[in-house]
Write a protein that binds this ligand. Structure first.
Ligand code: FES
Length: 127
């Protein structure tokens, strides 16, 4: 049912936990399953995501997709992170069962929420 990549990221999640000095934090949830995902990013002055972490209170697929999403945006620009789609995360995990696609949507939304929070903080600080 699950690919080896999914099982690997579920058993050994990358970048799990809060990030010290994070300047963008996003939290999203899925009302249907009740799962919650929190994403932390630390963006440097050049707009590059230096560090990223996540906390997921949810299913195995949600943990695997958030882990993979953190790997995919680490070292990238905030614009690249905003462009990350759930389909790209699923592809990187070599597939998810259809009933688990919504878990990857949560990962996409969590990344976007963290970047939007960062952009809001930045505007606030610069004003
Ligand atoms: Fe809802 Fe996976 S079952 S995020």
């Amino acid at each position: 049912m699950y690919t080896e990549k999914v099982l690997d990221h579920f058993s050994h999640p990358r970048n799990m936990g809060e990030v010290q000095g994070a300047n963008g934090v996003g939290m999203v949830g899925n009302a249907k399953c009740g799962d919650i995902m929190q994403m932390f990013i630390k963006v440097n002055d050049d707009g590059i995501i230096e560090d990223v972490g996540f906390k997921t209170f949810g299913c195995g697929a949600a943990i695997a997709t958030s882990s993979m999403a953190t790997e995919m945006i680490k070292g990238k620009s905030v614009d690249e992170a905003l462009a990350l789609s759930n389909a790209a995360v699923v592809e990187a995990l070599e597939g998810l069962p259809p009933q688990k696609i919504h878990c990857s949507v949560l990962a996409e939304e969590a990344v976007r929420a963290a970047v939007e929070d960062y952009q809001k903080n930045k505007t606030g600080a610069g004003a």
